[in-house]
Design a protein. Sequence first.
Length: 150
Amino acid sequence: MLPALAAAGFVTALGTLLLVGGSFARRALTLGHPRPAFLALGFVLLGLGMGLAISWTLSDLGFLTAWDALAYVTTTTPGRAALTAVMGGALLLAAELSGGPAGLAVLPAAMLLWGVAGEGHGGSQGEGVRALTALHVGAMGVWGGVSWPF
């Protein structure tokens, strides 16, 4: 299970890098670059990574029905974190594609980062560690998005 969760984490990190970093690069550095297709790819990878993490976790626990997945996503900390990250990613992508003001993208980006930070140790160690993890993930996403050769 550990290699499967590591693969899901890698896909999630790559999606976060493309979506958050690409959004920052579009707003702050190179207007209009990267292309929206890279942001959409980031959202797809984010959703895929979160979905894989949830499905592998539930599969190892023996919970395979849709009701089990719904209960996991709505009642557990990692499940709610995954849901928060995907919702934040969808809102961030919508804010970027709408071409609105830059302030419109800040809250969805924070929501996405808060969700991603709740997936690992940040979700089980308290709000302070989760906030620091969210800041760390955001900084890595911005750094990766700026240095990525789009």
